[in-house]
Design a protein around this ligand. Structure first.
Ligand SMILES: [Zn+2]
Ligand SMILES: [Zn+2]
Length: 336
């Protein structure tokens, strides 16, 4: 298929304003980059944080979107890992310097000079996107284009968060039951965890969804679970959930915050942390996380539930995500 010179994209010109449906140039792949014809792109909570101006210094104007599924349409100089027609996935981690002390220690998720897809690099709310060959993944064939998109952030970050929590014991709480949670619970149940799902108060539909995916208990984030938790993962961007999760945790419990932004954490008595409880965040991903997760997902097998929207309805998808009206994950579909 010939590559046009222009494409349609949903463009963020200024945080706080809706995305605009614009005609923009098709980007050109630089050395070691591929040009990808976008089939689908997942909508992530982080996109809302960028849109709302809660994350500093985005590229502007910016094309959001860091869960890109597409096929390689053209290649820059030096691309050896992929060929035209290959289906690939593009995650949040877009580039690292490879030289800072974090990169050298295999902790590239903490790189001092990272670039992120759909934040400091243009992302996938568009018909085409470019990405570095070393930062993208081949995708398991078992997943369709829409079903694969949420694996690339919700799945990856969920998996990294779960890895930080799983050694603490069998009782795992998950606070905020959206895209990341609906994937994480499937891996946790597969590995024998008892999952307690916490949703917005009164959201019985999502509680039912969690039970259907194997939660032994589902209830309001304000409720105390019937058993003490060994670990908890917080996906909702609500700081008050940290003391809430600590309060629900047993001695030695680990509370992992998986989001990139959270409202302020209220002060809480030391007693909640006492007993060797741990609070930690999970930041970004490494490529090794991606490879490991994409291998495990089809074995479980993780099934993603998606609600699709045409690309030009990205604003609608984001607003529904904001209001908690997406069950599973929202995915944009680029028209061919
Ligand atoms: Zn680095
Ligand atoms: Zn994300």
């Amino acid at each position: 298929m010939p590559i046009p010179s222009t494409m349609r994209a949903m463009v963020l010109e200024q945080p706080g304003r809706p995305l605009k449906w614009l005609e923009v140039p098709v980007p050109r792949p630089g050395p070691e980059q591929v040009l990808i014809r976008v089939h689908t792109c997942g909508v992530c909570r982080t996109d809302l944080h960028v849109l709302d101006g809660e994350l500093p210094h985005p590229k502007l104007p910016l094309i959001l979107g860091h869960e890109i599924v597409g096929t390689v349409a053209a290649m820059g100089r030096g691309v050896r890992q992929f060929k035209p027609g290959d289906r690939v996935g593009v995650p949040w981690l877009g580039a690292t310097d490879g030289t800072c002390r974090y990169c050298r220690q295999g902790r590239e998720n903490l790189c001092d000079h990272p670039r992120f897809t759909g934040y400091t690099l243009d992302g996938g709310y568009a018909q085409y996107a470019v990405a570095g060959q070393r930062y993208i993944f081949p995708l398991p064939a078992a997943y369709g284009d829409a079903e694969a998109a949420p694996l690339l952030c919700a799945g990856l970050i969920g998996y990294r968060s779960y890895r930080m929590a799983r050694e603490a014991g069998a009782r795992l709480g998950i606070y905020g039951f959206g895209a990341a949670a609906h994937i994480t619970i499937q891996i946790a149940v597969f590995q024998g965890k008892q999952v307690y799902a916490f949703t917005r108060p009164g959201d019985t539909e999502t509680q039912e969804f969690a039970r259907r995916l194997g939660a032994v208990w589902a209830g309001s984030s304000e409720a105390r679970p019937p058993e003490e938790l060994d670990a908890a993962i917080i996906f909702a961007p609500v700081g008050a959930l940290i003391p809430a999760a600590l309060r629900a945790s047993a001695k030695g419990g680990v509370v992992v915050s998986g989001g990139i932004h959270m409202s302020d954490i209220p002060a809480f008595p030391y007693e909640l942390l006492w007993g060797e409880r741990v609070v930690r965040s999970v930041a970004n991903l490494t490529r090794a996380d991606g490879e490991e997760f994409l291998q495990i997902a089809p074995q479980v097998p993780v099934k993603t539930e998606v609600q699709t929207f045409p690309l030009d309805q990205a604003n609608e998808a984001l607003e529904r995500l904001r209001r908690g009206q997406i069950q599973g994950a929202a995915v944009l579909v680029a028209a061919p």
